[in-house]
Design a protein around this ligand. Structure first.
Ligand code: PLP
Length: 367
């Protein structure tokens, strides 16, 4: 049996007619940037999250940068980010001229540790970027409380958490603003790069909309200098077609995770820890294994594709070598970096495929 890590074609095939029609309509109309199709997606995505405003943009990294810029975060400022994430989270902070300050993560929960955030605050700290890593909401009550105490902005990185809920509220609605990515492999994926910003404050939303479109709201009226970070109407049409399916795709991911949990419960492998007040949307299903390279190789020969997210915590990447971080600075991140393993996860994964993965994983780790 073959079990790919993700299968984007399976999802396309399940809604092929609708997708093809929506793409054809954009090309027939030949309106490729801006307009009603973009506004339509922005409205429906904001409504989906129960948020005030959605601003479509080029990608998730741009979304983070635009938010930071709009909040006037730049040189001399520090922004606290988790040690474990995709590099965009810290990269965006550096791009606007501020300094990313890393905080350790919670064991088996994988999101930023609020206690370590408190330790990393300095007089220069301006914001915290919690990442709802793998699709599990970060500990928002504690994070928001720290932010309020020190008057810091909260910027949520929701690139992996479309539809994830924390204590009854959608991720993306807790802070000043939130960044979403619609990179093809994300829980809501475009057919290329795309992203969005979510915010409740109208003035901030207008500023972010301007920054992403050369500082203008009306053509040729450049109120400030901005940049070009717009979503293509082709991507907006695809995302609008897919959005009504997101709830059922999320349910399928959660069902798949429950099968994994069940079949791996006697394996001795640490499976994801999900607080009972959180709704995990399983962008990734991550376990921890010893002798990981061997396990991956053996699974690979059995047709099972696994991936590591991510091979090194951000502070240990070559890009941050000059900051001279040691494993003891981020003990949890360091202790799990050689063990974390992402198993195949996507809505269309079949139960027999999951059983095949679990049977073989259980067998492989015994030897
Ligand atoms: C994918 C991702 C991003 C960036 O999104 P792009 O659209 O690829 O720029 C940011 N943060 C996290 C945690 C991500 O997984």
């Amino acid at each position: 049996m073959k079990v790919p890590f993700v299968d984007l074609k399976a999802q396309y095939n399940s809604i092929k007619e609708e997708i093809d029609q929506s793409i054809r309509k954009i090309i027939d109309d030949s309106n490729f940037v801006g307009g009603a199709v973009i506004e339509g997606f922005e409205k429906s995505f904001a409504a989906y999250l129960g948020a005030g405003h959605c601003i479509a943009c080029g990608n998730g990294t741009d979304a983070l940068e635009i938010i930071l810029k709009a909040l006037n975060i730049g040189p001399g400022d520090e922004v606290i980010v988790p040690a474990c994430s995709w590099i965009s989270t810290s990269e965006a902070v550096s791009t606007v001229g501020a300094k990313p300050v890393f905080a350790d993560v919670l064991p088996l929960i994988y999101t930023i540790d609020p206690k370590d955030i408190a330790k990393k605050i300095s007089p220069n700290t301006k914001a915290i970027i919690p990442v709802h890593l793998y699709g599990l909401p970060a500990e928002m009550d504690e994070i928001v409380a720290i932010a309020n105490q020190y008057k810091l902005k909260v910027i949520e990185d929701c690139a992996q958490s479309h539809g994830a809920v924390y204590k009854g509220k959608n991720t993306g609605t807790f802070g000043a603003a939130a960044a979403f990515s619609f990179y093809p492999g994300k829980n809501l994926g475009a057919y290329g790069d795309a992203g969005a910003i979510i915010a409740n404050d109208t003035d901030l939303a207008i500023k972010m909309k301007m920054i992403g479109n050369h500082g203008q709201l009306v053509k040729h009226n450049h109120i400030i200098e901005g940049r070009n970070s717009r979503m293509d109407t082709l991507q907006a049409a695809i995302l609008s077609t897919k959005l009504p399916y997101l709830k059922q795709w999320t349910k399928a991911r959660q069902h798949n995770a429950s099968v994994y949990n069940d079949k791996l419960q006697h394996s001795g492998l640490p499976t994801p820890l999900v607080p009972e007040y959180s709704d995990h949307v399983y962008h990734l299903y991550v376990v921890q294994v010893e002798k990981r390279a061997k396990v991956m190789e053996q699974l690979h020969t059995l047709g099972i594709q696994t991936v590591i997210h991510y091979p090194a915590p951000l502070p240990f990447l070559k890009a941050y070598h000059h900051l001279n971080y040691q494993p003891k600075d981020f003990p949890i991140a360091a202790s799990q970096m050689d063990k974390i393993l992402s198993l195949p996860m996507y809505p269309e994964l079949s139960e027999s495929q999951i059983l095949y993965v679990c049977e073989n994983l259980n067998e492989v780790i015994k030897h």
